[in-house]
Design a protein around this ligand. Structure first.
Ligand SMILES: Cc1ncc(COP(=O)(O)O)c(C=O)c1O
Length: 477
């Protein structure tokens, strides 16, 4: 199928559109139903496959089926199977199918949601989502937020808002506090927001990788004595490294006492607030001034779906709202919102539909149950790991992430790191699951992060089976 040679080739007719959708949906569904059988990662370094796809800009038309073949048969297989059940690496993403359908609809109707007046009712759907999230986090009246492209952009937006709320235009004396376990996007965002790296304190953590509050308070006092202005405290609700949750309630006390803005980076963990165990682990999050939460992680949505919530919507507006003669009049009705007034973006995709549609279609209880299942699976994995001789649980699962390593008697230092890297390589080579590692207190540890809606007990059993086999191999059993 090639675009026909009509006068306006960019405008497909109804039959062409139907044929295109049918061909694409066949390939998509074929791909999705085989996700569980596809390898969890690819076996090469990907260079040859990437180079083979270098091509000049096309001047003329190409057959659609040929393009689908390229995407599905040549390009996609050389990737981590991030949508598959065996992806237990980094922080797994999601990709519930109705979101893909929502994106198709949103892109096809291509309406403008950056300003309220351009599509009030569509904006309302996205605003509903924001308000649902605010209530799930315990934020009350006056709170609000925006959907972003991901956690990094949410953290950046929060830091800019905090800076504009709490510091003068010359903010060279402002100081930001976070832990040495915080996601690197916090430091990066601080720099992008105009701070020098020397204005970011990475407070030490305790043996559970949670921010050490005494060290925090001592550092704040020291900085105040030096004439600096501590203004922003960034806690983590689930670190990427080990899943640690900072003592949020205590951080809120410190922020109150020190008149600092409290931002909680819950990109990985915040949606566990939908579960009882998550609410217990993240007590105090509702006292934050802003929260990063990533629907493309904890709500199993496709990549490109982040969120920033703020206790006071006006703070985001004060930080971002501006004026231009060619723009329409912005909303002053507090029930409504012009998203461009709350964010750095003006034109953007209608990402709200990608969130709204699956939440309505499945209902929140389905997401709550899936999150509870992830908590169960991570705890199950930790219990199973404990039964492997010499296996040390480096980090108990606080949410759905556990870190561990084999510690055979007499093996230490870099030899121990190498041994555990070898175990990980052997597990990954089996391609049933894909694991990544990290450094915890200077030593290499493997991680299992369970967050895909497609990961169930059968895949966890495969993971443990592969781990036991890899351990037996390195022991020479
Ligand atoms: C705790 C935390 N914060 C922020 C981010 C950055 O999010 P994104 O990759 O969506 O930009 C991540 C990503 O894994 C994360 O785990």
């Amino acid at each position: 199928m090639t675009p026909n040679a009509r006068r306006w080739p960019l405008e497909l007719d109804a039959a062409e559109m139907r044929a295109m959708l049918a061909a694409a949906s066949d390939r998509v569904i074929e791909h999705i139903v085989s996700l569980g059988e596809q390898p969890a990662s690819y076996g090469t370094d990907g260079r040859a496959e990437a180079r083979a796809l270098v091509e000049p800009m096309p001047a003329t038309a190409t057959d659609f089926d040929e393009l689908l073949d390229l995407v599905f048969d040549r390009a996609t297989p050389h990737s981590f199977n991030t949508a598959g059940p065996g992806y237990l690496a980094y922080i797994p993403g999601g990709g519930v199918f109705p979101s893909a359908v929502a994106d198709l609809i949103a892109n096809a109707i291509n309406r403008y949601v950056g300003v309220w007046v351009a599509a009030p009712a569509l904006v309302q759907l996205e605003l509903n989502v924001i308000r649902w999230f605010c209530s799930a986090m315990g934020f009350g009246h006056g709170s609000g937020g925006i959907l972003t492209s991901g956690g990094s952009l949410s953290n950046l937006t929060a830091i800019v808002a905090a800076r504009r709320e709490r510091l003068p235009d010359d903010f060279r004396t402002g100081v930001i506090y976070t832990s040495d376990q915080a996601h690197h996007s916090v430091r990066k965002s601080a720099v992008l927001a105009g701070f020098a790296e020397s204005q970011v304190r990475q407070v030490a953590t305790n043996d559970r990788q949670e921010m050490d509050v005494q060290a925090l308070c001592a550092r704040i006092a020291e900085d105040r004595a030096a004439g600096l202005e501590p203004f922003l405290l960034v806690g983590s609700a689930g670190t990427t490294n080990t899943g640690a949750v900072d003592p949020l309630d205590t951080l809120a006390d410190v922020a109150d006492a020190e008149r600092m803005w409290l931002h909680v980076d819950g990109a990985y963990g915040a949606f566990f607030m939908l579960t009882g165990r998550g609410r217990a682990a993240m007590k105090g999050i509702e006292r934050a001034d802003s929260i990063t939460l990533d629907p493309h992680k904890g709500l199993f949505l496709p990549y490109g779906t982040g969120c920033l919530l703020v206790r006071d919507e006006q703070a985001l507006r004060r930080a971002h709202a501006t004026f231009a003669d060619y723009m329409p009049v912005m909303q002053h009705d507090p029930d409504f919102v012009d998203f461009c007034d709350l964010s750095a973006e003006l034109s953007r995709d209608f990402r709200g539909l990608r969130v709204w549609l699956p939440l309505k279609l499945f209902g929140m209880d389905a997401f709550r149950a899936a999150l509870d299942e992830k908590l169960d699976l991570a705890r199950w994995a930790a219990e199973e790991l404990r039964t492997i001789p010499d296996m040390e649980i480096v980090c108990e699962p606080r949410l759905s992430l556990t870190a561990f390593r084999l510690v055979p008697a007499g093996v230490q230092g870099t030899a121990l790191d190498d041994l555990n890297r070898d175990i990980m390589a052997r597990v990954n080579a089996r391609q049933n699951v894909y694991l990544t590692g990290t450094m915890v207190s200077g030593r290499f540890a493997l991680r299992i992060c369970v967050l895909s809606f497609r990961t169930h007990m059968d895949r966890m059993e495969a993971c443990l089976r592969d781990l036991r086999a890899a351990v037996a191999e390195v022991r020479g059993d």
